[in-house]
Design a protein around this ligand. Structure first.
Ligand code: OOG
Ligand code: MG
Length: 266
């Protein structure tokens, strides 16, 4: 670690304030170029601890930048992980208030819920499928706290991987008997198809994303407990949304998830 405990605490408050005040800030590596990976996750973990101390519940975990489409869009090259909150959960068919967000984008994802714990290192796709209770479709609404959605990997890890809202719905299914590599996903914005992909877009197989999460957490001495809800990362590039937009994502075998964006304060 290169940053002091005081700097980590200060940056955690700075980034969480950007979220709570809906005000984009400069990426933190500009002022702290010596920040390392451990510092980045320490800042994210401090934001998480501060939220939990105020009564926020952490309701799941997410992987990000697991597809080539996302890595290319953001100009970065490695998957990252973050957490999702109780106040981020939105029901299928929700109206999402854009006035509470800075510059939201939507991502089509496949989520897993575990029935057994997973502990790295060495977790593989077979372990993940054996430990999975069910899969279900999810749409993540990301909202970077950085100006113009521009960042590097360390800055975005510290900013809890742009996590903001998520919508789950559709049809939960056992992964057994479903060819997750070929599972088709169609994203529609205002009735028009804007992105398409198959499950293999995520690290070759969406369960590989869960395996990678378990193995990454092992480096922090953590495991994935039974019951954990995990979003495996966008299968396509993220699509910007604004007030008035309607999003529907259709998943082969898993039904659809939809939401509408509106400025509620208007
Ligand atoms: C980082 C978060 C990426 C995903 O599914 O790839 C992510 C970002 O692009 O802002 O959640
Ligand atoms: Mg995502």
């Amino acid at each position: 670690m290169n940053l002091s405990a005081a700097t980590i605490a200060e940056l955690a408050i700075h980034l969480e304030n950007a979220e709570l005040n809906r005000e984009a800030v400069a990426k933190i590596t500009d002022a702290h170029p010596d920040m390392d990976w451990e510092d980045a996750y320490a800042i994210q973990n401090t934001i998480r601890a501060n939220k939990e101390a105020r009564g926020v519940r952490i309701v799941g975990l997410k992987m990000g930048l697991t597809s080539f489409a996302k890595m290319k869009q953001m100009g970065v090259t490695e998957p990252i992980h973050g957490f999702i909150t109780d106040y981020g959960a939105c029901a299928d068919g929700s109206v999402i208030d854009v006035d509470r967000l800075i510059h939201p984008k939507v991502e089509a994802e496949i989520a897993f819920v575990l029935k057994h714990p997973l502990k790295g290192p060495g977790v593989h796709v077979g372990d993940v499928l054996a430990a999975t209770d069910f899969i279900l479709p999810a749409v993540e609404v990301i909202d970077s706290r950085y100006e113009h959605f521009r960042f590097d990997l360390k800055s975005v890890i510290a900013d809890n991987t742009s996590s903001a809202r998520f919508v789950t719905g559709g049809q939960a299914r056992s992964p057994l008997g479903i060819d997750l590599k070929c599972l088709g996903v169609v994203m529609e914005k205002n009735g028009e198809v804007v992105a398409t992909a198959a499950g293999a877009a995520v690290l070759g197989h969406p369960a590989q994303s869960v395996a990678m999460l378990a193995n990454m957490l092992a480096t922090q001495g953590k495991e994935l407990p039974a019951g954990t809800f995990i979003m495996t990362g966008g299968v396509t590039e993220a699509i910007a949304v604004a007030a008035g937009d309607q999003i529907t994502v259709r998943y082969q075998h898993l039904g659809s998830v939809s939401m509408r964006f509106a400025a509620k304060s208007e």
